[in-house]
Design a protein around this ligand. Structure first.
Ligand SMILES: Nc1ncnc2c1ncn2[C@@H]1O[C@H](COP(=O)(O)OP(=O)(O)OP(=O)(O)O)[C@@H](O)[C@H]1O
Ligand SMILES: [Mg+2]
Length: 562
């Protein structure tokens, strides 16, 4: 039982190890493959997104820079082709303004400012003529060192965001300024076409982080943004960080307008990673399905393989047990017959001497001896026990002598009939019914009839001994899968489970000393083994016992000899 438990736990561990190894071998490449595919795919997609973003940013930067430059050039051409005196005349300024507006609708108004900051002429929606700009920062910086000045965005009188371009000209040592207001609409348009995805944004900030242009939410213009203004750089800068909605975003930045404005194009990564999420889901689905298949087949294969191993092991160990048992029986048999032979001679001498003593006791005066009857009893006891000893030694020697098999064609039904014949009287006397259920035309077998008779006789004797009185013995024969099975069932008391294991051991008997030797079943076992068959026993305490003897139809090669 313990060995069975050990074996089961060993195979349980083996099954677990086997499963773990197969799962490991199968899962490692699967995980690596899925991971690599996903990693490379996401890298490629991100690279593509980055490149697209960079292109958009580059494109917008050059468009806006070009736009501002164009406006400044247009205004510059005007300032350099017309004199201060000419332009300070409102009529002339109006003609020039109308011409300018015709080629460039972004211009909202036009003004001429003298060297003291006084607007001497103005064409536009408001009465700004005579306005003094002398204290305005932009005026002072233009006067000091700048030829061209482009302002930040401001609401102005119209409360519409716009900015200003001012061109300084020096005419006969006297500086003056041509100043125009530009509508931000065109730049707004450029930036709103750079809105990427559903949540992307595109805006322009000044160096203080104030929105100049805002693509997604124009209402934010002139408000301060939370965006951290980076130090100056040239070209396009990219950065990946968490956006205002707390989601990962890609940023492309560029300095515009001579490093005054920072253009920011923000792209929400989740918007763009839709296809990647799709691929991720596909990879995960493939992974899940493959995992299920792997787990299912691993469990199945492991069960099959380990189950088969366990079965083979069990069969092998059963066979080994049987071989060991048979070998044990054979060795004990050899030993016992050796001893029997040795004991036989002294027994014969003792028997002869006991007989001689008996003869002596029957003569003359000894009969009168007061110990005569005791002596006679003792002599008879000696003879009786010597006879018992002889019975055992004869049985052992008989078995040993009959180890050589004599094969012949046998009809088992008639062999059984012949054997039962010896016991019918005894059975009748004890009121035991012998019922025969033979299969008609039972295939004949090739075996040793005399040895089989010895086996059957012992079985019947055991059955009769077990029943004692009033009962039944059922003898049946049938052909099973090409073998022949003889079953002898009795209605005796049955054999308790703990005795079943020892049943075939030599000298195991429950019968009184004079009655049984305990050799019957062990000899029967040896004989049936030698004839290539097997004996099985089924017993239930209180109901009876059945012995099944299964014999092959053809058997030439004895499995165990000796
Ligand atoms: N049909 C049976 N019903 C109940 N017990 C049985 C039966 N057959 C055998 N046994 C038990 O098995 C024991 C061993 O039987 P076995 O034939 O080997 O020896 P034995 O019958 O005791 O002695 P021997 O065969 O020399 O007369 C018996 O003593 C008996 O206890
Ligand atoms: Mg017996």
């Amino acid at each position: 039982m313990d060995r069975e438990e050990n074996r089961s736990s060993y195979y349980r561990t083996l099954r677990r190890q086997f499963m773990a190894i197969i799962l490991f071998i199968a899962f490692v490449p699967l995980v690596l493959l899925s991971g690599t595919i996903y990693y490379h795919y996401s890298r490629t997609v991100k690279e593509k997104i980055r490149n697209e973003l960079k292109n958009v940013a580059e494109n917008r930067k050059s468009t806006i820079d070009l736009f501002l430059k164009d406006r400044a050039i247009n205004l510059g051409v005007l300032a350099h082709t017309h004199s201060f005196d000419y332009l300070r005349d409102r009529k002339n300024l109006d003609v020039v303004f109308q011409l300018l507006k015709r080629v460039d609708s972004a211009f909202v108004d036009l003004g001429v400012i003298d060297g003291n900051g006084l607007q001497v002429a103005y064409i536009g929606a408001y009465a700004l003529e005579g306005k003094d700009y002398s204290s305005a920062g932009w005026f002072q910086s233009v006067m000091r060192n700048k030829e061209v000045y482009i302002s930040d965005v401001f609401p102005g009188f119209r409360k519409v965001p716009h900015f200003v371009i001012a061109i300084k000209r020096v005419e006969a040592g006297r500086p003056w300024i041509l100043r125009a207001t530009i509508d931000t609409e065109t730049i707004n348009h450029f930036m709103s076409t750079a809105l990427l995805g559903k949540r992307g944004n595109a805006y322009i900030l000044n160096r203080e982080g104030v929105y100049q242009i805002c693509g997604r939410d124009p209402g934010r213009v002139l408000n301060k943004s939370d965006f951290k203004i980076p130090p100056l750089f040239s070209g396009i800068n990219e950065e990946e960080k968490y956006g205002p909605q707390g989601e990962p975003a890609l940023y492309a930045m560029a300095w515009l307008k001579n490093n005054d404005w920072l253009m920011v194009i923000e792209q929400n990564l989740k918007d763009e990673l839709g296809p990647m999420i799709h691929v991720k889901n596909i990879v995960l689905a493939i992974f899940a399905v493959s995992s299920l298949i792997i787990i299912f087949s691993t469990v199945l294969i492991t069960r099959r393989v380990i189950g088969r191993l366990e079965e083979i092991d069990r069969e092998r160990s059963k066979l080994t047990n049987q071989l060991v048992h048979a070998d044990k029986l054979a060795s004990i048999g050899r030993l016992a017959t050796g001893i029997a032979h040795e004991i036989n001679n002294p027994l014969a001498v003792i028997a002869e001497k006991a007989g001689w003593m008996e003869d002596l006791l029957s003569e003359g005066d000894i009969k009168k001896d007061p110990n005569y009857s005791e002596l006679l009893k003792a002599t008879q006891d000696i003879k009786k026990h010597v006879n018992r000893g002889k019975k055992v030694t004869h049985r052992l020697l008989g078995f040993a002598r009959r180890m050589e098999m004599v094969y012949e064609e046998i009809d088992l039904n008639s062999t059984l009939d012949e054997t039962v014949y010896f016991l019918e009287r005894e059975a009748r006397f004890r009121n035991i019914d012998i019922i025969k259920e033979y299969q008609d035309s039972l295939p004949r077998i090739f075996s040793d009839g005399a040895q089989l008779q010895q086996v059957f006789l012992n079985m019947f004797n055991n059955a009769i001994d077990a029943i004692e009185k009033n009962g039944k013995i059922l003898i049946s024969t049938k052909s099973v899968h090409g073998d022949i099975q003889v079953s002898i069932a009795d209605t005796g008391p049955g054999i308790p489970g703990e005795n079943l294991e020892r049943l075939f051991d030599p000298f195991y008997t429950t019968k009184p000393v004079n009655k049984g030797t305990g050799l019957g079943l062990s000899i029967s076992y040896g004989i049936i083994k030698n004839l290539g068959g097997q004996i099985k026993v089924e017993s239930e305490v209180g109901k009876g016992t059945t012995f099944h003897i299964i014999l092959p139809k053809h058997f030439q090669q004895p499995a165990i000899s000796g």
